[in-house]
Design a protein around this ligand. Structure first.
Ligand SMILES: NC(=O)c1ccc[n+]([C@@H]2O[C@H](COP(=O)([O-])OP(=O)(O)OC[C@H]3O[C@@H](n4cnc5c(N)ncnc54)[C@H](OP(=O)(O)O)[C@@H]3O)[C@@H](O)[C@H]2O)c1
Length: 266
């Protein structure tokens, strides 16, 4: 049996759509056919979800509570964990949430369970947060500079996870680096957005400090870490591509044009 966590999130919703009826761990009822109410932060709620599970798709926030989930999974005899981490999850990352991801990855590798790590680049879905500003002002501000980014559509992270969950053994011990098909800058994104909507989109370049202040004024969670990530992206942190999506799924990852057309008109 497969258990999917994070099932109400960007990746998890698509995983559930692709896998069909599957057990999910959710914090509040969402109408799924086999959902167990639970919370990573309340270990006593995890047992009912993990009972009888062979394969755990561990998706959720970069929080140390995922370590508790892994420990409960070992106790329940889970054989294989497929986990979404970050492409730059290293112990000495300047970004706090990437350091947490590195700790969880290390814990999983030492757990004795089989594992597969999915390490995606920047999600195209992050761009949708700019939609209100673009609609209101005809443009957007960002400190992403002219950094080129191998952005991935989170639906393709989900497709990779679902493929592996159906036949995990052949992916044991592997870390898959996930990107879309092309390197794009935020200036490219502005052009593509304008092409899809038929209205000009101005890209206003701001500093990381200004960007952090803007995000804080909008109440964006983790504004400081996000500003760090944008500064890194401007310096080329996301400027890499991988063929791992095609190797696992035998398909082609979606490009930015497809992503924007699907989301700006749906
Ligand atoms: N965004 C990017 O560019 C990017 C790039 C690389 C890696 N990642 C990684 O991708 C993962 C996130 O994927 P996503 O975009 O699908 O996330 P998301 O849309 O933010 O969804 C998070 C999911 O986790 C659930 N969740 C939150 N706290 C929980 C808790 N205490 N116990 C149980 N479930 C909890 C949420 O449930 P509720 O509906 O109840 O809140 C939701 O289903 C993160 O680990 C992130 O670091 C993201």
């Amino acid at each position: 049996m497969i258990l999917t966590t994070g099932a109400t999130g960007t990746i998890g919703r698509e995983v559930v759509r692709l896998l069909g009826p599957v057990r999910t761990l959710v914090r509040s009822p969402s109408g799924g056919p086999d959902e167990v109410i639970g919370d990573f932060d309340r270990p006593d709620t995890l047992d009912a979800a993990l009972r009888g599970v062979d394969t755990l798709l561990l998706i959720g926030p970069a929080a140390a509570s995922q370590i508790t989930v892994l420990d409960r999974a070992v106790a329940h005899g889970v054989r294989h964990v497929v986990r979404v981490t970050n492409h730059k999850a290293v112990a000495d990352s300047p970004v706090a949430r990437r350091r947490v991801h590195a700790r969880i990855d290390a814990h999983l590798k030492a757990s004795g369970m089989e594992y597969t790590l999915l390490a995606p680049n920047f999600f195209m879905q992050n761009l949708l947060a700019l939609a209100p500003e673009i609609a209101a002002t005809g443009g957007f501000s960002s400190s992403a500079g002219d950094g080129r980014i191998g952005m991935i559509d989170a639906r393709d992270v989900a497709a990779t996870a679902a493929t592996i969950a159906k036949a995990p053994a052949e992916h044991a011990g592997r870390t898959y680096l996930l990107t879309g098909p092309e390197l794009v800058t935020f200036a490219d994104m502005a052009r593509e957005w304008a092409a899809v909507t038929g209205r000009p989109v101005e890209y206003r370049r701001i500093s990381a400090a200004e960007h952090q202040a803007v995000m804080e004024s909008k109440g964006v969670p983790e504004a400081g870490s996000n500003a760090q990530v944008f500064e890194l992206l401007a310096a080329g942190d996301g400027a890499w591509l991988s063929d791992d999506f095609a190797a696992v799924t035998r398909g082609s990852p979606r490009g930015l044009g497809t992503f924007l057309a699907d989301h700006l008109f749906s």
